[in-house]
Ligand binder design. Sequence first.
Ligand code: HSE
Length: 297
Amino acid sequence: NEIRVFSPATVANVNCGFDVLGFALDGLGDEMVLRKVPQKGITITRIEGADLPYEAKENVVGVAGLAMIEALDLDFGFEIEIYKNIRLGSGVGSSAASAAGIVFGINQFLEKPLTNLELTAFGMKGEAVASGNEHADNVAPCIYGGFTLITGYEPLKIVSLPVPEELYVTIIHPHITIKTKEARAILPKEVSLQNAIKQTGNLAGLIAGLYEADYELIGNSTQDFLVEPYRKNLIPDFDFYKVTALKNGGLAFGISGSGPSMFTLSKGKENAGNVELALKEALKTKNMESDSYVSPV
Ligand code: HSE
């Protein structure tokens, strides 16, 4: 009568795929315990690791869970314990992990009547509470695992992409705050045709690189012409960290989601570890406190 769910951290955008591309981290994530109870709705009984509201309607977990309970017209409810390991606002999909975890967990109780696509749509409702916008580039990889591409929002369409075996990610989280809503508000509403062409080429190149397990192509295809030029100003010394990561074995470097975490893709664990050491040192020289994480993709 009890289910424990692991809900991974995720990197959204991956530079060239703003709002459409994302991948899950293997190892870092939140945990949630669900218990089926006769009373309807969601009752949050415990939250550890973050200061979040217990009131279901104000909590991402509650909002996503209630949306699903209502849509499926369930005549029972759930008690939830939430153990947050992903730091709030760190840029690796903390709210998405909450939203995805609850809908995935409820689905397990119901013996999986819903598809991953349907679960992602419910998860997006919760994500919208936190970020002010319904996007699925964190929720989708959290539910599907691996790399996911959203090929359409209306209607929602998602493709799972292959992940080359030796692809690793290094996450470095500088201890500054960036709000997703604000990081979206600074972006221009229009882009130039020239930049759209470059971005399209990169996104296609990255996807081809994933299918071919071509690490060089992956590394050459993640430049971001649309978002990074604006958002990097929110992270002091971003360019210095980028140069450091790429010089120390990284294939690609960028802002994870809306930041402030930054991700580096590397071939193999050793390179990913070298990048981690170099970046930690680089942040130290700028007196920036941080925490970091290395994981297979
Ligand atoms: N695609 C989103 C953004 C992810 O970059 O704003 C952050 O939640």
